[in-house]
Design a protein around this ligand. Structure first.
Ligand SMILES: Cc1cc2nc3c(=O)[nH]c(=O)nc-3n(C[C@H](O)[C@H](O)[C@H](O)COP(=O)(O)OP(=O)(O)OC[C@H]3O[C@@H](n4cnc5c(N)ncnc54)[C@H](O)[C@@H]3O)c2cc1C
Length: 398
């Protein structure tokens, strides 16, 4: 970044902050600030507002509707969004599929799908995991057999987040059973309204509906919905996983949790003293903040590499690993700060339909629910154990 760009950052920050202040709907800000679950409708509403401003896809090239920001501006934007109470964007279309289509999609696919991803008129879900194929994704069995100008798809996907509200699914399918597993996989774009698709909701122990199992029974998909070449889907799948892991560093969410923690520590007391004045607790906050800073700088390094056209390789696993584990660290500190008031599990408050006041401070009411929800973060997008394996083998060469 040159000196002029550095000098312009405070102005840029002021503009972003003003925009968020004037345009983020109050009800959405309130949901986010109270750490309740942001609905699909709220996310889409906010994405449409960002789209109108031209800011919804900072990671896309300008000619496809992205923004001409340098990595520092993107970092400032993320930070201001977190501080301003903006909901996280839905990464499926904007962070994962969109950039992949720009790089590898046909001209027809770009024209058909990219504008609707930008405008959030169509949303996407990810069809990778299957019963029996999670970490060992290359063993997936959902079969696509060519029949004239169509593929006929049979099988099922599981843990498909948001399938109940998505218009389309990007789906890994097996197109060759004779070759090494990785060499027989293709990536298909499938309309969720296609005849033969059934969605079975999976309601979590936390009473929430994120997951689904999606069944494909003789689903006919036009050949033009194949991304890249047939049987070359594994490389594309890994590219999407790379983008997902960059996104899953969750620096914005971590930053918001740090702010919550500091605010709560200013109110809660231990032996008559505010927690924020206790050295033992300040040290814990400090340690977590240092981890967050390191994560932020590492993410910026990767963004700068990507902006300079360099390939970001398996080392992106570090971000996913650290980001998801740091959130769980903040959850534990939040629980420690509010003590037993943080223990009740209140799904109704998370979903915004609560009739009664929480027994403690309002901020304690969602701590347990989020703590359990965030347990999934060290599994989604590849478990921590798998990330350790990737770093050991592919980054450190052990
Ligand atoms: C919140 C959430 C959202 C998700 N959303 C989606 C989605 O939208 N679309 C989608 O396709 N999938 C989604 N998933 C599924 C997710 O990708 C898988 O759960 C994940 O890849 C792990 O696979 P698995 O559940 O089959 O566990 P398994 O692979 O069976 O793993 C079980 C255990 O064994 C360990 N293990 C497995 N292999 C190794 C290894 N090589 N070395 C060391 N330990 C290992 C794992 O760490 C884990 O502890 C989501 C999951 C979660 C939690």
């Amino acid at each position: 970044m040159n000196q002029t760009e550095r000098d312009d950052l405070p102005t840029f920050r002021r503009d972003v902050r003003r925009f968020i202040g004037e345009n983020l709907p109050e009800d959405i800000r309130c949901t986010v600030r109270e750490n309740r679950l942001v609905s699909h409708e709220e996310v889409v509403r906010w994405q449409k507002i960002l789209h109108k401003q031209g800011w919804v896809a900072p990671n896309w090239p300008v000619e496809w509707g992205g923004v001409d920001w340098n990595p520092m501006q993107r970092a400032v934007f993320d930070e201001e969004c977190a501080l301003g109470g903006c909901p996280p964007i839905n990464p499926m279309g904007l962070s994962m599929l969109g950039p992949l289509l720009i790089a590898h999609g046909s001209e027809e696919q770009k024209a058909r799908y990219l504008p609707n991803i930008l405008s959030s008129d169509e949303t996407w879900c990810q069809g990778y995991s299957e019963p029996g194929s999670g970490s060992d994704l290359a063993s997936l069995q959902t079969r696509a057999v060519r029949d004239g100008d169509e593929y006929v798809v049979n099988g099922s996907k599981i843990w498909t987040s948001g399938a109940q509200s998505a218009d389309n699914i990007f789906c890994l399918v097996r197109t060759d059973v004779e070759v090494k597993q990785q060499l027989g996989i293709s990536l298909l774009l499938i309309d969720m309204k296609s005849p033969g698709i059934t969605i079975r909701p999976i309601i979590g122990l936390n009473e929430m509906h994120f997951f689904n199992q999606v069944f494909f029974d003789d689903v006919r998909v036009p050949v033009e919905n194949l991304v890249g070449k047939e049987n070359a889907g594994w490389t594309l799948a890994k590219a999407i996983l790379g983008s997902e892991r960059l996104h899953l560093s969750r620096t914005g969410e971590n930053r918001a949790l740090l702010d919550d923690l500091v605010a709560i520590a200013r109110q809660e007391e231990s032996d008559g003293r505010k927690l924020i004045d206790e050295d033992w607790f300040k040290r814990k906050i400090g340690r977590a903040e240092v981890r967050l800073k390191a994560l932020d700088y590492t993410k910026q390094r990767f963004l700068q590499m990507a902006a300079a056209g360099q390939t970001v390789g398996p080392e992106v696993s570090m971000l996913k690993l650290q980001g998801s584990e740091l959130i769980q660290c903040f959850d534990e500190l939040l629980l420690e700060a509010v003590g037993h008031y943080g223990l009740p599990y209140d799904a109704a408050w998370m979903l915004g339909s609560r009739a009664e006041e929480p027994i403690g401070a309002a901020y304690a009411g969602t701590i347990s629910a989020n703590r359990f929800r965030h347990k999934g973060y060290t599994i989604a997008g590849g478990s921590s154990e798998v990330q350790h394996g990737i770093i050991a083998k592919n980054v450190l060469g052990l």
